[in-house]
Design a binder for this molecule. Structure first.
Ligand code: HPA
Length: 270
């Protein structure tokens, strides 16, 4: 990690037309359709951005977009980087540092997750209120961290209270079920065993997934206001566990997507 690579990438993107975004948005698995609502003003493939990791997961299109959505300037990560693709925690969170350098103040995150809390059903949305990092490391564990900010980042309220309050009200007004809960991040890419699902429930997780937490840690390090919503794509019942079907997970994320888009758009309006 060094400041120069962040500066170089930021400069490149400004030259490509990424001018003063207010809000960053990370679109997770199966949640790419929000981009159809954006008036796109600039667009670059991850592969063409200097210092960016290159996305290897074929169902992520891997692009950075800039444009207008609900009168806000947004920069959108269409597809994210995962630890299970073999990158380091610093590499997968590098784009978040670049978005901050471009000027964002707020970060909206989506992901697909499994429901540990069995009161939640597949296809439902869950607002992440807190998280448990089970990825075995920190994206802030590197030598010269003080160049970037403080060493010991506070995590007493990693998800912005005002944004949470707003989206809860929006969901009510739109009659969209929005559960609230704790998201546990694992490395993956293997799914969990029955014993692991039992463990996740015992330690207080409502949902489990393979992303988001590193991004949220770095966003807090950078002082960004963060909001994150999970689409629950499977029900993780250890007493009745069926083999996982990844295409079903992606399809379910796609089906729930209009709800997520509707919430995010109204949130941007406010
Ligand atoms: N476990 C981990 N990640 C996931 C799951 C799951 O059950 N569902 C969607 N992403």
């Amino acid at each position: 990690m060094n400041i120069e690579t962040i500066k170089e990438t930021t400069k490149f993107l400004i030259q490509k037309g990424f001018h003063f975004p207010d809000v960053g948005i990370v679109l997770g698995t199966g949640l790419g359709q929000l981009v159809n609502h954006i008036k796109i003003e600039a667009e670059v493939d991850y592969a063409d951005i200097p210092n960016f990791p290159v996305s290897t997961v074929e169902f992520h299109s891997g692009k950075l977009l800039f444009g207008t959505l609900e009168n806000k300037k947004v920069v959108v990560m269409q597809g994210r980087f995962h630890l299970y693709e073999g990158y380091s925690l610093q590499e997968i969170t590098f784009p978040i540092r670049v978005l901050k350098a471009l000027g964002i103040q707020t970060l909206l995150i989506s992901n697909a997750a499994g429901a540990i809390n069995l009161n939640f059903k597949k296809g439902d949305l869950m607002l992440i209120e807190d998280h448990i990092n089970l990825q075995g490391g920190s994206p802030l564990a590197f030598k010269n961290v003080s160049e970037f900010g403080e060493r010991f980042t506070d995590m007493s309220e990693p998800y912005d209270l005002n944004l949470r309050h707003s989206i809860i009200e929006i969901a009510k007004a739109q009659n969209i079920i929005l559960h609230k809960g704790v998201y546990a991040a694992v490395v993956g890419p293997q799914l969990e065993t029955k014993a692991e699902y039992r463990y996740l429930k015992i330690i207080g997780a409502d949902a489990v997934g393979m992303s988001t937490v590193p991004e949220v840690i770095v966003a807090n390090h950078l002082g960004l206001a963060v909001l994150a919503v999970s689409v629950l794509t499977d029900e993780c019942n250890p007493d009745d566990l069926k083999p996982v079907n990844i295409s079903e997970i992606i399809a379910l994320a796609g089906q729930a997507e209009p709800k997520m888009i509707s919430l995010f758009k109204e949130l941007l309006k406010e």
